[in-house]
Design a protein around this ligand. Sequence first.
Ligand SMILES: *[C@@H]1O[C@H](CO)[C@@H](O)[C@H](O)[C@H]1NC(C)=O
Ligand SMILES: *[C@@H]1O[C@H](CO)[C@@H](O)[C@H](O)[C@H]1NC(C)=O
Ligand SMILES: *[C@@H]1O[C@H](CO)[C@@H](O)[C@H](O)[C@H]1NC(C)=O
Ligand SMILES: *[C@@H]1O[C@H](CO)[C@@H](O)[C@H](O)[C@H]1NC(C)=O
Length: 321
Amino acid sequence: MSASICAFILTFSALCGSGVVSGALSRPTNVRLTSFNMNLVLRWDSPYGAVSDLLYTTEYNTSLTAYRVGCLNISLLECDFTHLNISITEYGKYTGRVRAQLGPGISAWAESNQITLDKDTIIGSPNVSLLSNGASIDVIIKDPVFTVSALRKVYIATYNITYWEYGQKEKARSISNIEQSRVVLNDLDLWTKYCVQVQINTERNPIPSKPSETVCESTTNNEEAPWVAAVVTFVVMAMAVALVVVTVVYRKSISHFLCPRDALPQHFKEMAPTNSSMYVVMQKTHPPEEIYHQVTVEEGYPLEAGETSYSKQPDVAVEER
Ligand SMILES: *[C@@H]1O[C@H](CO)[C@@H](O)[C@H](O)[C@H]1NC(C)=O
Ligand SMILES: *[C@@H]1O[C@H](CO)[C@@H](O)[C@H](O)[C@H]1NC(C)=O
Ligand SMILES: *[C@@H]1O[C@H](CO)[C@@H](O)[C@H](O)[C@H]1NC(C)=O
Ligand SMILES: *[C@@H]1O[C@H](CO)[C@@H](O)[C@H](O)[C@H]1NC(C)=O
């Protein structure tokens, strides 16, 4: 009889899970201390069968110091120690712990793994941009920003640059142990698109950084590209300026040409286009047949042909200029 009551109470408290019945709250679960770009964040899951409205308190220690308070009475399931006013050092060995609270009920502490910040932090991806420079491509790399300290203060870091012709990643080439943040790739084909990805290697952190986003850029012609672009720009601008000047200088002629309606009477109009006295004389005398006759009589056919082409030449030259 008493055994069955005991079994009932055990089952009941197991079902309730949070253990309020027995006065003891169960501990948070899956507690892990993590670090990304040198921050220090404790994460956990709520206790099994937990009700809502739980609050959590966290603490942290180092291998040299006792536990100190981190976040107090929070309802989130994580605590970023590097956002608190406490000093976290890049070479420190840390452990975290967390307990749950519900009214007067307090759970036992649940402890996390231990991490050493510089060895265990996950290094984020560098930021890579490319600059096409004729037949070569400049790779410009920016380090990820660390919450505590800076990449190059914590590590001796080198870049591993992987690049490939667009669409042919299986033929990628890599250059590693690069220390400069700006690198020229110059064993490239002309007029070809290349893609680049960069990872950071460090001597103390066994895991390379997350790879950067893939960025792509095309090579152009050897050296010529900037030169051609400059010349084209110059020619286009010169033509634009010339067009404006011509328009301004000849705006009267142009408007006459475009709007011949309100012009002078037919007679004046015939005279108007030229001031040449020769033309005026010809207009007055109207002797076209006489001239033609003179030429054929004096010079004969071959010479006439030669003379005609000779007299045409200046016109052609002017048009070409
Ligand atoms: C946190 O909660 C506990 C128990 O509910 C309470 O005694 C304490 O004053 C709270 N602390 C803060 C800083 O709110
Ligand atoms: C941070 O902590 C230091 C001492 O630990 C204290 O002097 C300072 O006022 C605190 N700053 C803030 C913003 O709480
Ligand atoms: C990378 O750098 C560029 C230029 O400084 C910036 O616009 C961009 O937001 C950065 N990207 C990331 C993921 O930080
Ligand atoms: C560089 O990165 C490539 C591609 O991720 C990888 O295959 C290669 O092993 C890396 N080299 C070094 C020295 O890390």
